[in-house]
Design a binder for this molecule. Structure first.
Ligand code: HPA
Length: 285
């Protein structure tokens, strides 16, 4: 699968961006990616403009339940406050769906080209840290990239110097503080930790989870890290939050399933939505 990377060059990007520019009235400043089962959040946008992913030239579409593949432009309003213009991705495409890193990170490049300078990514993840419970929210403070995948286009854009410095973290400290303050302002418990990215699509074995715990992972999932890498490389400010949808393999008696992931997401949706709203209303450019 990896041998078939398609080159997403500027022409391909320009086409998608050109199409979307013709559909919107304001350029987005904040991009929000909604993970498994969290897509409903997009219904809170004021004056929404919805674009199905399938209508956008070269845009990847998802096959996974709970990832509905729509882009929604708009703002959030609450009392006297209005957010910066938003681009919300309802669902994402995962590496395990098409094996194309360039393709799954394309949405972030599109958001950036449209004007977004902040990325807020969300996902559902398995909890590894023994202090975590199902339904917790975790601010991703850093990640472990155990997929060993790195977006190819960076090499293509500068073949003479393909190396990237992993400066401490790709995550923006100011935004992390904003997330923490938003949670404490609302009285929402927020865990903090490192997210480990694996390719999937199989869930892990007990032994793998034990290994991940020992190397310092607090949560595990199959997304988000490629988006974070691309966004920070593009100079965007990035923050990301995991919904701990289940305890990782071997940490509970329950058998893992996508259904459980979706059920927990549905249970915690309101709290998560409240937190996302508060964060987005506080983001300034
Ligand atoms: N493992 C990997 N990915 C996941 C999990 C998990 O336990 N839960 C949600 N996404």
């Amino acid at each position: 699968m990896e041998g078939t990377q398609v080159l997403i060059d500027n022409q391909v990007l320009d086409k998608a961006v050109g199409y979307l520019s013709s559909r919107i009235t304001r350029r987005p400043e904040v991009a929000l990616v909604l993970g498994s089962g969290l897509g409903d959040f997009a219904s809170q946008l004021v004056n929404p403009i919805e674009v199905p992913a399938g209508a956008i030239p070269s845009y990847p579409t998802s096959t996974v339940e709970g990832h509905d593949g729509r882009l929604v432009f708009g703002t959030l309003k609450s009392d006297e406050r209005e957010s910066l213009p938003l681009l919300v991705f309802k669902g994402r495409v995962h590496f395990y769906e098409n094996g194309l890193l360039d393709s799954i990170t394309f949405p972030v490049r599109v958001a950036h080209s449209l004007g977004a300078r902040v990325l807020l990514a969300t996902n559902a993840a398995g909890g590894i840290n023994p202090a975590f419970s199902e339904g917790d929210l975790m601010l991703i403070e850093d990640f472990i990239n155990l997929s060993f995948l790195n977006p190819q286009w960076q090499v293509q854009s500068n073949p003479a110097s393909p190396f990237q410095v992993m400066r401490g973290s790709h995550i923006d400290e100011g935004l992390s503080n904003l997330v923490t303050e938003s949670a404490s302002g609302l009285g929402i418990k927020l865990q903090h930790g490192s997210y480990c990215f694996l390719r999937g699509p199989s869930y892990e074995t007990k032994a793998e989870i034990e290994m991940l715990r020992r190397i310092g992972a607090d949560a595990v999932g199959m997304s988000t890290v490629p988006e974070i890498i691309i966004a920070s490389k593009l100079g965007m400010r990035v923050t990301a939050i995991s919904l701990i949808s289940n305890l990782a393999a071997g940490l509970s008696d329950e058998r893992l399933s996508h259904k459980e992931v979706a059920q927990t997401a549905s249970r915690v949706k309101q709290v998560f939505s409240a937190l996302l709203t508060e964060i987005i209303l506080r983001i300034k450019n």
